[in-house]
Design a protein around this ligand. Structure first.
Ligand code: 1PR
Length: 523
């Protein structure tokens, strides 16, 4: 029996699913005694440092947790569960940590995008029971803006490079903690968890020890999901967002089955977009939550879900906040949520007043679950102009002239799945969202969606230059060369595709083999 410390924020479902998939049962901590009587304790932290420590205090978990750690009993901390062990964090300077390990937690100070999101390697510094059966060159999933800085090197288990080397795991006796997420790191991550759980684990040093690691570019499979005319929830795919063929919604498969297939084929991440979420209320749309629950049971890479995340009043007058909707998604197995239409309205309101209310969906969800959990999905469409002075928007000079030979364009934000264009450009939207606390941009492009003509590199460069958070390039992939092109000609951290994978034109593995040697990837 494994005891799991769930303090109520973030996706502990993934950790539970991963442990259960290895044949173990999970007992959730309800009182401090549950911590003291644990055989093995797993502490997966997600969210924000201050919020986490406050909840640990409120629930009276701090003293038993420190007693457990000081008694050198088996402990695995994950992400914030690592950071909690330190004395303090720049994320919440006035809130002390557990102070079990001398040192502090610092924000990344690098020109690279922050948060550090994606698959990166480990420079292993000591043998550990976690490493039995590993080669040493595996990549693991990271998602964080802060990293630990121990006062001394004796507890450093691994380091990872992102702009500079940072400590990515510590080991002190039986207390081990990782910055990366084993439960989201595919087979290699499951191996690490299994090593921790096993009764007679052997201490090992993997054969391949690296001295420098590199963040991989991510390949993301996207599943646009909605109900078809027969009432079945299906994965569909549009041509420039039109998902109907001869009157019915195109049906490309079942969401749970397809997600599993993409996991097995090597997708680095899977995104579900509930594309009619803008008009349905997701908490009534239980099938979508069920899809997440079932998928997260056997898909061990990050899952993002979008669609319908906004404040909502139901027919009985009960109001739900966007945070409540997001919480439901997280509890059902999502690691990140993506917000589309609502973001456009929030940014429009923000631009009018210049004020941060602290109450927008982006701000509220980021405060509880951390910036890295908030993805902004943008659905822009090109609008051509003759002269950059003709409009107030961020205009770019384009190499793809408009229908009347125009050589300038701006990217108009849309809402409701492209049905309504707004007086807001995608570059401004992305910038404002970053200031409000978004952790990543999912940059679609209605002009390219489903066309197989390749990504809109001009759009991606324009947005990427304007923000310092990671950008996911989306829409238009038609062959492996398009992925190579987007990674060579833009700074996008990841590339997302749908049709090419759904129609089985090119498997994910083939995309990766064609990138290998040219671009850092996870194999
Ligand atoms: O506005 O917060 O409720 O979220 C709704 C979400 O649903 C948004 O993220 C929006 O992008 C998405 N969405 C709404 N309508 C559609 C549609 O297609 N009719 N899908 C839609 C957007 C675009 C991509 C697609 C890529 C790759 N899908 O995600 O997967 O363009 O496609 P390709 O590789 O085949 O070119 P809210």
């Amino acid at each position: 029996m494994i005891t799991l410390l769930d303090y109520g924020a973030g996706n502990v479902r993934s950790v539970i699913n991963a442990i259960e998939s290895l044949g173990e049962q999970v007992h959730l901590v309800k009182t401090g005694n549950d911590i003291l009587s644990a055989e093995k304790l797993v502490f997966p932290g997600v969210g924000a440092f201050g919020n986490m420590m406050e909840i640990l205090h409120r629930k009276n978990f701090v003293a038993p947790l420190l007693d457990y750690l000081k008694a050198d009993r088996p402990f695995l901390g994950i992400c914030l569960g690592l950071q909690a062990l330190f004395e303090k964090s720049e994320e919440a300077p006035d809130v002390p940590g557990l102070g079990f390990i001398p040192g502090d937690v610092q924000r990344f100070s690098t020109d690279l995008s922050v948060p550090h999101i994606g698959w990166n390697g480990l420079n292993i510094q000591q043998p550990s029971r976690l490493f039995a059966g590993l080669e040493g060159n595996e990549k693991f999933y990271f998602v964080h803006s802060y990293h630990v800085k121990p006062a001394t090197n004796d507890t450093v288990l691994t380091t990872t490079d992102y702009g500079y080397g940072f400590v990515s795991a510590i080991q002190k006796g039986k207390v081990i903690a990782t910055q990366f997420h084993p439960e989201k790191s595919g087979e290699s991550g499951l191996r690490i968890l299994e090593n921790f759980l096993s009764k007679d684990g052997k201490v090992a040093m993997p054969p391949e020890i690296s001295s420098r690691t590199c963040l991989a570019k991510r390949i993301i499979a996207c599943l646009d999901v909605r109900t078809n005319n027969s009432g079945d929830l299906v994965v569909t795919k549009g041509d420039q967002y039109d998902v109907r063929e001869k009157g019915d919604v195109r049906n490309l498969g079942k969401p749970v089955d397809l997600a599993r297939r993409y996991y097995e084929e090597g997708a680095d991440e899977i995104t579900f977009l509930n594309i009619t979420g803008f008009r349905d209320f997701p908490l009534e749309d239980m099938p979508m939550l069920d899809v997440l629950r079932k998928t997260s049971r056997n898909v061990f890479v990050p899952l993002t879900i979008g669609g319908g995340i906004r404040d909502y009043t139901d027919k009985d007058g009960r109001t739900y906040t966007a945070l409540e909707v997001a919480a439901k998604y997280f509890r059902s197995g999502a690691d990140k949520i993506s917000i589309g239409s609502n973001t456009v309205l929030v940014v429009e309101a923000h631009l009018k007043t210049g004020l941060k209310t602290g109450r927008s969906a982006i701000e509220e969800i980021a405060r509880v679950y951390g910036n890295q959990a908030v993805v902004i999905s943008i659905d822009p469409r090109r609008v051509y102009v003759d002269n950059p002075e003709d409009v107030q928007h961020r205009v770019i000079k384009t190499d793809i002239p408009g229908p009347n030979g125009e050589s300038y364009c701006w990217y108009q934000c849309t809402i409701k799945g492209g049905r309504e264009g707004r007086e807001l450009d995608a570059v401004t939207l992305a910038q404002v969202c970053e200031t409000l606390g978004a952790g990543e941009i999912l940059l679609n492009c209605i002009d390219r969606d489903g066309t197989s003509q390749g990504f809109d590199l001009e759009l991606i460069n324009a947005v990427k230059e304007a923000v310092s958070i990671p950008v996911i390039a989306s829409s238009g992939a038609g062959c492996p060369e398009h992925f190579l092109e987007v990674f060579k000609k833009t700074e996008a951290e990841s590339a997302l595709a749908a049709g090419i994978f759904h129609r089985k034109e090119v498997p994910i593995g083939q995309v990766k083999s064609e990138l290998k040697g040219e671009v850092e990837i996870r194999v």
